[in-house]
Design a protein around this ligand. Structure first.
Ligand code: GLC
Ligand code: CA
Length: 555
C-alpha cells in the first residue's frame, strides 16, 4: 500500500492544482486486448510526469457492464478485471506518488449498475422488502400497474422508469433511473446506502487516494412528498432555483457531503473532492464550501463562444463565487462528456453540435487552424487564472472530436437510446495515439497497445500522436509541458486585476506577483504591452501579438 509522506502537511495543494483526467479504457493498453488498463497507466507514469501535472483523476475503472462507459458501477470497491487488479491499483498510486502526482478517483453515488449485488437482491426480494428500499421502486398505475408511475424522461431516453419482473414471473414494480435503465437510482433516505458510500470513501482513502470527483452530485436526495415527478426535460425546474426542485439540487444533499467531509478530515492531509453539480450558479458554492466537498466544477467555458466580453464576464463571476464559498476557482475546457474544444473553437459560432455530429461533421466547416490557435490561447489563459485547471486526456495532443466513427462501433447510450436526436460522446473517448506509425507496437492502434482499440481510431491519428508532438518543438504537447511547468514557479495568491485595453479584443490581467496574461481574441495583430515575455501560444511578430494568441509576461 502506498506511502504518501510527500504530501503530508500540504493541506492546500488542491486549490491551484493542474488535474489531468484519464479515461482508463482509452489511455494505454499494455496487454493488447484493445482496452486501456492500469498496467498501461503504470507504464506511462513518465509521460504523466513530463506534463508537470499535480494530480490525475481516473474516470471509473470499477467492475461494470459498460452500459454507460463505466458510470454504471457493479462494485464500488474493486477494479474491473479487464482493467486490472487492486494490487495494480496500489502500484499505480505508489508510482504516481513517487513523482509527486496525486490521485483522484470517481465516485458515482446517484445510481449503481443493475448488476450491482444490491440491485440483483432487490429484484429477487420483491415488493416492500428492505432490499428494494435501497433503490426507488414504485407500483405502476392502472388496474394491472402497467402504466409507468409518472411521465418522467431520463438523460438517455424517453423514460426514467423501467418495469421489473417479480420473482414469481409476473410483471411487477417499476424503478426510477435518471440515466440508462441499467443505472437504477439509489434511495438516499436509506441508511444502508449512506453507510456503504462512507465505507467506499474510506476504502480508497486508506489505499492512498488523495481526492474524489463526485458524479452528478446534485441529484442524490429526492423528495416525492408532493407526488412523483413528471417532466419532459432533465433540467432543474426554472421556477424552483432555490432547492425546492423535487429531483435536483435539494438542500438536504449537503447533509451527506457534510458527513463525507468529516471522513475526509480524518486523513492527513485531508482528502479532497470536486463536485460535478448542475445547479444554478448562485447555488454551486454550497457544494464547494469547506464543510462540504470543497470544490465544484465550473462548466461555463464548455458553453462559451470565443469572445472577450464573455470570457471576462464568466471569469469575474467565478472569482466572486469562489471567494464567497471559500473555495478556489475551477477551469474546464474539455472532458469525457463534451465535444473537444479545438473542434468547438474551429466551428462557426452557434453551430448546433448535435446536428454537426449527426451529419458526421459535414454540416458545418471546421477551421482546424482557428480551432487549434484558440485552444492554445485559451489553455494558457486559464492556466494563468487563480484556481485549479482540469485537463482531459488528449487535449495536450491537440486532438479534435472524431465525428465519423462508424455507427455500429458506437458505445455511448446517449447516442443509441436517442436515435437521430443526440450526439455520441464516443467522439472524445477514442484511444490516445502514442506512435506516428499505426502498427508501431505490432498492433493497429498507433501505440495505444500491441493490439487494436475498443473504438476505431481515424487513419490520420498518427499526426496527433505523442511521438509526432514530441518531434515538433512548436507542438501543442510542448506548449502544455512548458506552460504547466512554468506556472508552478509563477503561482501566487488567488487574485487578479484586469488591465484596461482600448482594444475590445484584448483580455489582459495581472496576478499579484506581476505575472500577466494577455489574450488577443481578435484575428488581427495587436501591440504587445510592456514587460518581459515569458511564453506565447504563437510566435510573436516583432512587437505584435498575432490574432488568437495568449502571451504571458512578467511586469
Ligand atoms: C456524469 C458523467 C457522465 C455519465 C453520467 C451518469 O455526468 O460525467 O459520463 O454518463 O454522469 O453517471
Ligand atoms: Ca488491456
Amino acid at each position: 500500500m502506498s506511502d504518501y509522506k510527500f504530501i503530508a502537511g500540504d493541506k492546500k495543494w488542491w486549490r491551484q492544482a493542474v488535474v489531468y483526467q484519464i479515461y482508463p479504457r482509452s489511455f494505454a493498453d499494455l496487454n493488447g486486448d484493445g482496452i486501456g488498463d492500469l498496467a498501461g497507466m503504470i507504464d506511462r507514469v513518465p509521460y504523466l510526469k513530463s506534463l508537470s501535472i499535480d494530480a490525475v483523476w481516473l474516470s471509473p475503472f470499477y467492475p461494470s457492464e459498460l452500459a454507460d462507459g463505466g458510470y454504471d458501477v457493479a462494485d464500488y470497491r474493486n477494479v474491473d478485471p479487464r482493467i486490472g487488479t487492486l494490487e495494480e491499483f496500489d502500484k499505480l498510486i505508489e508510482e504516481l506518488h513517487k513523482v509527486n502526482i496525486r490521485v483522484f478517483v470517481d465516485i458515482v453515488p446517484n445510481h449503481s449498475s443493475d448488476q450491482h449485488e444490491w440491485f440483483q437482491a432487490a429484484l429477487k426480494a420483491g415488493r416492500g422488502s428492505p432490499e428494494r428500499d435501497r433503490y426507488i421502486f414504485h407500483d405502476g398505475i392502472g388496474e394491472n400497474g402497467d402504466i409507468r408511475p409518472s411521465e418522467l424522461v431520463s438523460h438517455f431516453g424517453p423514460t426514467g422508469w423501467t418495469r421489473v419482473t417479480e420473482p414469481d414471473g409476473t410483471p411487477g414494480q417499476w424503478y426510477l433511473h435518471l440515466f440508462a435503465p441499467e443505472q437504477p437510482d439509489f434511495n438516499w433516505d436509506n441508511q444502508e446506502v449512506r453507510d456503504d458510500f462512507i465505507k467506499t470513501l474510506r476504502f480508497w482513502s486508506d489505499r492512498g487516494v488523495d481526492g474524489f470527483r463526485i458524479d452528478v452530485a446534485h441529484a442524490l436526495t429526492k423528495d416525492f412528498s408532493d407526488g412523483l415527478p413528471a417532466r419532459s426535460t432533465m433540467d432543474i425546474d426554472p421556477t424552483k432555483p432555490d432547492g425546492s426542485d423535487p429531483l435536483f439540487d435539494r438542500d438536504e444533499v449537503h447533509e451527506i457531503y457534510r458527513q463525507w467531509r468529516k471522513v475526509f478530515n480524518e486523513y492527513n492531509p485531508p482528502r479532497v473532492a470536486v463536485a460535478e453539480a448542475s445547479a444554478p450558479a448562485h447555488r454551486l458554492g454550497a457544494y464547494a464550501s469547506e464543510e462540504t466537498l470543497g470544490q465544484a466544477f465550473n462548466f461555463d467555458l464548455l458553453h462559451a463562444d470565443w469572445n472577450t466580453k464573455r470570457f471576462k464576464h464568466l471569469i469575474s463571476n467565478s472569482m466572486k463565487r469562489a471567494e464567497k464559498s471559500g473555495s478556489s476557482n475551477t477551469w474546464v475546457l474539455s472532458n469525457h462528456d463534451v465535444v473537444r474544444h479545438p473542434t468547438r473553437y474551429g466551428l462557426p459560432d452557434k453551430t448546433d453540435l448535435v446536428k454537426w455530429y449527426i451529419s458526421e461533421g459535414k454540416s458545418a466547416p471546421l477551421d482546424a487552424k482557428q480551432g487549434i490557435d484558440r485552444a492554445r490561447a485559451s489553455t494558457m489563459l486559464i492556466l494563468a487564472l487563480p484556481g485549479s485547471t482540469y485537463l482531459y486526456q488528449g487535449e495536450e495532443l491537440g486532438l479534435f472530436e472524431v465525428a465519423d466513427t462508424p455507427r455500429e462501433a458506437m458505445q455511448d447510450p446517449q447516442w443509441f437510446r436517442n436515435p437521430g436526436k443526440a450526439r455520441s460522446r464516443d467522439g472524445c473517448r477514442i484511444p490516445l495515439p502514442w506512435a506516428t506509425n499505426q502498427s508501431a507496437l505490432g498492433g493497429s492502434s498507433f501505440g495505444f497497445g500491441p493490439g487494436g482499440s475498443h473504438l476505431p481510431m481515424p487513419a490520420d491519428f498518427g499526426k496527433y500522436s505523442v511521438a509526432a508532438n514530441e518531434a515538433d518543438t512548436n507542438s501543442v504537447l510542448n506548449l502544455y509541458r512548458t506552460a504547466i511547468g512554468m506556472r508552478k514557479g509563477l503561482q501566487c495568491a488567488e487574485e487578479i486585476k484586469f488591465i484596461f485595453n482600448w482594444n475590445r479584443s484584448v483580455l489582459h490581467f495581472a496576478r499579484p506577483n506581476g505575472w500577466q496574461s494577455f489574450t488577443n481574441f481578435g484575428k488581427s495583430p495587436v501591440k504587445l504591452p510592456k514587460g518581459k515575455v515569458l511564453l506565447s501560444s504563437q510566435p510573436l511578430v516583432g512587437n505584435q501579438v498575432p490574432g488568437e494568441t495568449t502571451v504571458w509576461l512578467q511586469a
